[in-house]
Write a protein that binds this ligand. Sequence first.
Ligand code: RIB
Ligand code: CA
Length: 314
Amino acid sequence: MAKIPVIIDTDPGIDDFMMLIVGLAHEKIDVRLITTAAGNQEQDKTYENALRMVSYLGKDVEVARGLDRPIFKELETAPDFHGETGTGKVLFPDPVIEGSQRPAISAMYDVIMTSDEPITIVTSGPLTNVGMLLNAHPEVKFNIKKISIMGGAAMGGNVIPTAEFNIYADPDAAELVFRSGVPVVMSGLDATREAYLLESEIEAIREIGTDLAEKVYKMLKFYQEAAEGSPFNVPYFEDVVRLHDACAIAYVIDPSLFRGNFYYVTVERASPLTAGTTFVDYLNTLDMQPNAYVLYDVNRDELVNLFFDALHQY
Ligand code: RIB
Ligand code: CA
């Protein structure tokens, strides 16, 4: 089976780790490069976490350090949900792999421009690295098949009532991605809020009995307890754990797990109240050509099966 060449840009991050577990194990995916974004935690921590996670999973994939801060906004991290380390309270062993000698954007440029087939980019954090790559080197577009992002929402937010964290964290970079002309698949909250794990499934993870399963269990329980404490008393925030980021890689593996539609998407950046909101024009009020395939539903059971299958491969 021909593998899909992929670059993963990520801000690990608890659910980012779940996405890496799937992406680094699945037979259809050839991870050519991992780059780190500042988001859930600052760049020093997300870069170190990615190195430790990739090493711990026994993979030898280039991990390149990304930009330290959003294009214009101040960096806002999410320690309440991911902890001071970005991994809940779980500690990973020192990495046995070296970090890349190349900064993320240079590494992305080289991997894309030298690939003998178009690259799929999968993102699970703020789009700072990808937005800056496309802005600085638009020539890479010819050899990017699509960008599958976890981010945004047609309706409802999680960091402010109208915006999702990854887009809110760097709205300018996100706009550069949406207007780039490269096909975007948007795993927004409309789909990922349905990508939840049942309590029984979280316990079943622990029963796998491996060190990885124990680490995953502890990280998910940290994430769950953080959600319990969240200030929002709305249906989306009851104390369930969501595999937000896993949706971005799962779509690449099996698009049939999802339902979506093509819409024009742009990012609100000027309003002090709603900056970071993805304006998903599903009413076609602007009469603009669609630039994203926006997911609105996921086959939750099959997504969870994909996650469990990956867990059993380590
Ligand atoms: O809104 C959810 C997203 O924000 C996920 O990528 C999570 O890891 C955080 O980065
Ligand atoms: Ca993330």
